[in-house]
Design a protein around this ligand. Sequence first.
Ligand code: OGA
Ligand code: NI
Length: 286
Amino acid sequence: HPDQDHIIRLIANASRDWGIFQVVNHGIPFDLIQKLQQVGKEFFDLPQEEKEVYAKPPGALAIEGYGSKIGNDVNGKKNWADHLFHKIWPASCINHQFWPKNPPSYRAVNEEYAQEVRKVVDKLFKWLSMGLGLEADVLKQGAGGEEIEYLMKINYYPPCPRPDLTLGVASHTDLSTMTVLVPNEVPGLQVFKDGHWIDAKYIPGALIIHIGDQIEILSNGKYKAVLHRTTVDKEKTRMSWPVFLEPPGEFVVGPLPQLLDPQIPPKYKPKKFKDYCYCKFHKLPQ
Ligand code: OGA
Ligand code: NI
Protein backbone atom coordinates (compact mmCIF):
# COMPACT_ATOMS: atom_id res chain seq x y z
CA HIS A 1 0.00 0.00 0.00
CA PRO A 2 1.44 3.38 -0.96
CA ASP A 3 0.28 5.11 2.24
CA GLN A 4 2.72 4.29 5.05
CA ASP A 5 0.44 5.74 7.74
CA HIS A 6 -2.27 3.35 6.61
CA ILE A 7 0.05 0.34 6.96
CA ILE A 8 1.19 1.53 10.38
CA ARG A 9 -2.43 1.74 11.55
CA LEU A 10 -3.27 -1.73 10.25
CA ILE A 11 -0.20 -3.29 11.86
CA ALA A 12 -0.65 -1.49 15.17
CA ASN A 13 -4.35 -2.40 15.39
CA ALA A 14 -3.66 -6.05 14.55
CA SER A 15 -0.85 -6.19 17.12
CA ARG A 16 -3.11 -4.67 19.76
CA ASP A 17 -6.26 -6.72 19.07
CA TRP A 18 -4.80 -10.03 17.83
CA GLY A 19 -1.03 -10.18 18.31
CA ILE A 20 -0.82 -11.78 14.88
CA PHE A 21 -1.24 -10.76 11.25
CA GLN A 22 -0.20 -11.76 7.75
CA VAL A 23 1.95 -9.74 5.39
CA VAL A 24 1.70 -9.89 1.60
CA ASN A 25 3.76 -7.94 -0.97
CA HIS A 26 6.65 -8.06 1.51
CA GLY A 27 9.30 -8.18 -1.18
CA ILE A 28 10.70 -11.67 -0.51
CA PRO A 29 10.59 -13.46 -3.87
CA PHE A 30 8.04 -16.28 -3.94
CA ASP A 31 10.55 -18.65 -5.50
CA LEU A 32 12.95 -18.09 -2.57
CA ILE A 33 10.15 -19.05 -0.14
CA GLN A 34 9.49 -22.16 -2.22
CA LYS A 35 13.20 -23.05 -2.16
CA LEU A 36 13.30 -22.60 1.62
CA GLN A 37 10.40 -25.01 1.90
CA GLN A 38 11.92 -27.47 -0.55
CA VAL A 39 15.33 -27.76 1.16
CA GLY A 40 13.66 -28.08 4.57
CA LYS A 41 11.39 -30.83 3.31
CA GLU A 42 14.36 -32.65 1.75
CA PHE A 43 16.16 -32.57 5.08
CA PHE A 44 13.22 -34.05 6.98
CA ASP A 45 12.78 -36.72 4.30
CA LEU A 46 16.31 -38.05 5.00
CA PRO A 47 16.68 -41.33 6.91
CA GLN A 48 16.45 -40.89 10.69
CA GLU A 49 20.19 -41.68 11.20
CA GLU A 50 21.19 -38.83 8.91
CA LYS A 51 18.98 -36.37 10.76
CA GLU A 52 20.37 -37.55 14.10
CA VAL A 53 23.80 -36.26 13.02
CA TYR A 54 22.35 -32.80 13.77
CA ALA A 55 20.69 -33.83 17.04
CA LYS A 56 20.72 -31.30 19.85
CA PRO A 57 23.63 -32.46 22.04
CA PRO A 58 22.26 -34.22 25.15
CA GLY A 59 22.27 -31.92 28.15
CA ALA A 60 23.07 -28.84 26.02
CA LEU A 61 21.72 -25.57 27.40
CA ALA A 62 21.32 -24.05 23.96
CA ILE A 63 18.37 -24.95 21.82
CA GLU A 64 20.04 -25.51 18.45
CA GLY A 65 19.84 -28.85 16.68
CA TYR A 66 17.40 -31.53 15.55
CA GLY A 67 14.88 -32.89 18.04
CA SER A 68 11.97 -35.26 18.02
CA LYS A 69 9.05 -34.92 20.37
CA ILE A 70 6.87 -37.49 18.65
CA GLY A 71 5.25 -39.64 21.29
CA ASN A 72 5.94 -37.33 24.25
CA ASP A 73 2.94 -36.53 26.42
CA VAL A 74 1.70 -33.00 27.17
CA ASN A 75 -1.43 -32.68 29.34
CA GLY A 76 -2.73 -36.05 28.20
CA LYS A 77 -2.26 -35.27 24.51
CA LYS A 78 0.56 -36.75 22.47
CA ASN A 79 3.07 -34.41 20.93
CA TRP A 80 3.45 -34.97 17.22
CA ALA A 81 6.26 -32.83 15.85
CA ASP A 82 9.94 -32.98 14.95
CA HIS A 83 11.97 -29.83 14.67
CA LEU A 84 15.32 -28.36 13.73
CA PHE A 85 16.64 -25.14 15.26
CA HIS A 86 19.62 -23.12 14.04
CA LYS A 87 20.53 -19.45 14.09
CA ILE A 88 20.75 -17.66 10.75
CA TRP A 89 21.82 -14.14 11.80
CA PRO A 90 23.99 -12.26 12.89
CA ALA A 91 26.97 -14.03 11.31
CA SER A 92 28.82 -14.08 14.66
CA CYS A 93 26.19 -16.32 16.28
CA ILE A 94 25.83 -18.89 13.49
CA ASN A 95 26.85 -22.48 14.31
CA HIS A 96 27.14 -24.24 10.99
CA GLN A 97 27.32 -27.63 12.70
CA PHE A 98 23.52 -27.44 13.03
CA TRP A 99 22.90 -26.52 9.38
CA PRO A 100 22.14 -29.57 7.22
CA LYS A 101 24.80 -30.36 4.58
CA ASN A 102 22.16 -32.28 2.69
CA PRO A 103 20.56 -31.09 0.44
CA PRO A 104 23.71 -29.24 -0.68
CA SER A 105 21.80 -26.02 -1.46
CA TYR A 106 20.45 -25.84 2.11
CA ARG A 107 23.08 -23.35 3.21
CA ALA A 108 22.86 -20.92 0.29
CA VAL A 109 19.06 -20.86 0.42
CA ASN A 110 19.03 -20.15 4.16
CA GLU A 111 21.69 -17.46 3.82
CA GLU A 112 19.65 -15.75 1.13
CA TYR A 113 16.46 -16.03 3.17
CA ALA A 114 18.21 -14.50 6.20
CA GLN A 115 19.16 -11.42 4.17
CA GLU A 116 15.66 -11.02 2.75
CA VAL A 117 13.86 -11.56 6.04
CA ARG A 118 16.06 -8.93 7.72
CA LYS A 119 14.73 -6.26 5.36
CA VAL A 120 11.13 -7.15 6.24
CA VAL A 121 11.91 -7.30 9.97
CA ASP A 122 13.50 -3.85 9.92
CA LYS A 123 10.36 -2.40 8.33
CA LEU A 124 8.11 -4.17 10.83
CA PHE A 125 10.12 -2.90 13.80
CA LYS A 126 9.96 0.60 12.36
CA TRP A 127 6.22 0.53 11.76
CA LEU A 128 5.46 -1.12 15.11
CA SER A 129 7.53 1.58 16.82
CA MET A 130 5.74 4.38 14.95
CA GLY A 131 2.43 2.66 15.74
CA LEU A 132 3.23 3.30 19.41
CA GLY A 133 3.75 6.98 18.62
CA LEU A 134 7.53 6.63 19.00
CA GLU A 135 10.58 7.37 16.84
CA ALA A 136 11.13 4.70 14.18
CA ASP A 137 14.17 3.02 15.79
CA VAL A 138 13.09 2.88 19.44
CA LEU A 139 11.46 -0.55 19.46
CA LYS A 140 14.29 -2.34 17.64
CA GLN A 141 16.92 -0.70 19.86
CA GLY A 142 14.95 -1.73 22.93
CA ALA A 143 15.02 -5.32 21.71
CA GLY A 144 18.77 -5.55 21.09
CA GLY A 145 19.28 -3.53 17.90
CA GLU A 146 21.74 -5.08 15.47
CA GLU A 147 22.44 -7.86 17.98
CA ILE A 148 18.94 -9.33 17.70
CA GLU A 149 19.38 -13.03 16.96
CA TYR A 150 17.44 -14.73 14.18
CA LEU A 151 16.62 -18.28 15.24
CA MET A 152 15.24 -20.47 12.46
CA LYS A 153 13.02 -23.38 13.43
CA ILE A 154 11.57 -25.96 11.09
CA ASN A 155 8.49 -27.73 12.42
CA TYR A 156 7.66 -31.10 10.85
CA TYR A 157 4.28 -32.57 11.72
CA PRO A 158 3.80 -35.93 9.95
CA PRO A 159 0.31 -37.32 9.28
CA CYS A 160 -1.25 -38.69 12.43
CA PRO A 161 -3.84 -41.49 12.55
CA ARG A 162 -5.53 -39.94 15.61
CA PRO A 163 -5.44 -36.13 15.32
CA ASP A 164 -7.98 -35.98 18.16
CA LEU A 165 -5.39 -37.35 20.63
CA THR A 166 -2.62 -35.11 19.36
CA LEU A 167 -1.28 -31.58 19.23
CA GLY A 168 1.54 -30.40 16.98
CA VAL A 169 2.55 -27.66 19.38
CA ALA A 170 0.60 -27.11 22.62
CA SER A 171 -0.84 -23.63 23.26
CA HIS A 172 1.80 -21.00 24.05
CA THR A 173 2.97 -17.48 23.38
CA ASP A 174 6.41 -17.11 21.76
CA LEU A 175 9.31 -15.95 23.95
CA SER A 176 10.64 -13.86 21.09
CA THR A 177 10.20 -10.19 20.25
CA MET A 178 8.32 -11.26 17.16
CA THR A 179 8.23 -14.36 14.98
CA VAL A 180 8.12 -14.42 11.18
CA LEU A 181 6.59 -17.68 9.99
CA VAL A 182 6.27 -19.33 6.60
CA PRO A 183 3.73 -22.19 6.61
CA ASN A 184 3.16 -24.90 4.03
CA GLU A 185 -0.30 -25.38 2.49
CA VAL A 186 -1.61 -27.78 5.16
CA PRO A 187 -3.69 -25.83 7.69
CA GLY A 188 -3.11 -26.27 11.42
CA LEU A 189 -2.17 -22.99 13.09
CA GLN A 190 -4.84 -21.74 15.49
CA VAL A 191 -5.06 -18.47 17.39
CA PHE A 192 -6.95 -17.88 20.64
CA LYS A 193 -9.21 -14.85 20.63
CA ASP A 194 -12.26 -13.94 22.73
CA GLY A 195 -12.55 -17.45 24.11
CA HIS A 196 -12.28 -19.29 20.78
CA TRP A 197 -9.61 -21.06 18.75
CA ILE A 198 -9.57 -19.55 15.27
CA ASP A 199 -7.88 -21.16 12.22
CA ALA A 200 -5.25 -19.07 10.45
CA LYS A 201 -6.02 -18.82 6.76
CA TYR A 202 -3.36 -20.05 4.35
CA ILE A 203 -2.30 -17.32 1.91
CA PRO A 204 0.35 -18.60 -0.54
CA GLY A 205 3.57 -16.63 -0.15
CA ALA A 206 2.37 -14.60 2.86
CA LEU A 207 4.39 -14.25 6.06
CA ILE A 208 2.61 -14.81 9.37
CA ILE A 209 3.88 -12.36 11.99
CA HIS A 210 3.44 -13.29 15.67
CA ILE A 211 3.90 -10.69 18.38
CA GLY A 212 5.95 -12.42 21.11
CA ASP A 213 6.40 -11.82 24.82
CA GLN A 214 9.26 -9.32 24.45
CA ILE A 215 7.28 -6.85 22.31
CA GLU A 216 4.36 -7.14 24.71
CA ILE A 217 6.80 -6.16 27.49
CA LEU A 218 8.53 -3.37 25.51
CA SER A 219 5.15 -1.87 24.58
CA ASN A 220 4.01 -2.16 28.22
CA GLY A 221 1.10 -4.30 27.09
CA LYS A 222 -0.09 -2.13 24.19
CA TYR A 223 0.76 -4.95 21.81
CA LYS A 224 -0.29 -8.47 22.84
CA ALA A 225 1.70 -11.68 22.53
CA VAL A 226 -0.61 -14.07 20.69
CA LEU A 227 -1.66 -17.37 22.28
CA HIS A 228 -1.48 -20.03 19.58
CA ARG A 229 -1.20 -23.79 18.96
CA THR A 230 -1.13 -26.23 16.07
CA THR A 231 -3.22 -29.24 15.18
CA VAL A 232 -2.02 -32.10 12.96
CA ASP A 233 -3.56 -33.68 9.87
CA LYS A 234 -4.69 -37.26 9.35
CA GLU A 235 -3.24 -37.58 5.85
CA LYS A 236 -0.84 -34.76 5.12
CA THR A 237 2.47 -33.57 6.49
CA ARG A 238 2.31 -30.05 7.81
CA MET A 239 5.51 -27.99 8.00
CA SER A 240 6.32 -24.46 9.08
CA TRP A 241 9.41 -22.24 9.17
CA PRO A 242 9.21 -19.71 12.01
CA VAL A 243 12.14 -17.34 12.56
CA PHE A 244 12.22 -16.15 16.19
CA LEU A 245 13.76 -12.70 16.67
CA GLU A 246 15.42 -12.85 20.06
CA PRO A 247 17.36 -10.34 22.15
CA PRO A 248 20.85 -11.55 23.18
CA GLY A 249 20.63 -13.54 26.42
CA GLU A 250 22.36 -10.85 28.51
CA PHE A 251 20.25 -8.03 27.07
CA VAL A 252 17.76 -6.49 29.51
CA VAL A 253 14.23 -6.02 28.16
CA GLY A 254 11.65 -3.89 29.93
CA PRO A 255 8.84 -1.46 29.13
CA LEU A 256 10.12 1.42 26.96
CA PRO A 257 10.59 4.48 29.23
CA GLN A 258 8.98 6.69 26.54
CA LEU A 259 5.68 4.91 27.21
CA LEU A 260 5.71 5.44 30.99
CA ASP A 261 4.80 8.36 33.21
CA PRO A 262 3.44 8.73 36.77
CA GLN A 263 -0.05 7.85 35.50
CA ILE A 264 1.16 4.87 33.45
CA PRO A 265 3.34 2.60 35.61
CA PRO A 266 5.32 -0.31 34.13
CA LYS A 267 3.34 -3.55 33.95
CA TYR A 268 6.43 -5.74 33.59
CA LYS A 269 9.81 -6.04 35.34
CA PRO A 270 12.92 -5.35 33.25
CA LYS A 271 14.78 -8.61 32.90
CA LYS A 272 17.67 -10.25 31.06
CA PHE A 273 16.21 -12.24 28.18
CA LYS A 274 17.92 -15.43 29.38
CA ASP A 275 16.37 -15.03 32.85
CA TYR A 276 12.96 -14.48 31.29
CA CYS A 277 13.38 -17.72 29.31
CA TYR A 278 14.52 -19.63 32.39
CA CYS A 279 11.48 -18.55 34.40
CA LYS A 280 9.06 -19.33 31.59
CA PHE A 281 10.61 -22.73 30.94
CA HIS A 282 10.50 -23.67 34.63
CA LYS A 283 7.05 -22.10 35.13
CA LEU A 284 8.40 -19.65 37.71
CA PRO A 285 6.86 -16.20 38.27
CA GLN A 286 8.43 -13.47 36.12
C1 OGA B 1 6.13 -22.53 17.18
C2 OGA B 1 4.78 -22.43 16.59
C3 OGA B 1 3.33 -22.68 14.70
C4 OGA B 1 3.20 -23.40 13.42
O1 OGA B 1 6.93 -23.33 16.68
O2 OGA B 1 6.39 -21.77 18.15
O3 OGA B 1 3.95 -21.82 17.17
O4 OGA B 1 2.42 -22.94 12.58
N1 OGA B 1 4.54 -22.98 15.38
O5 OGA B 1 3.86 -24.42 13.20
NI1 NI C 1 4.83 -20.40 18.54
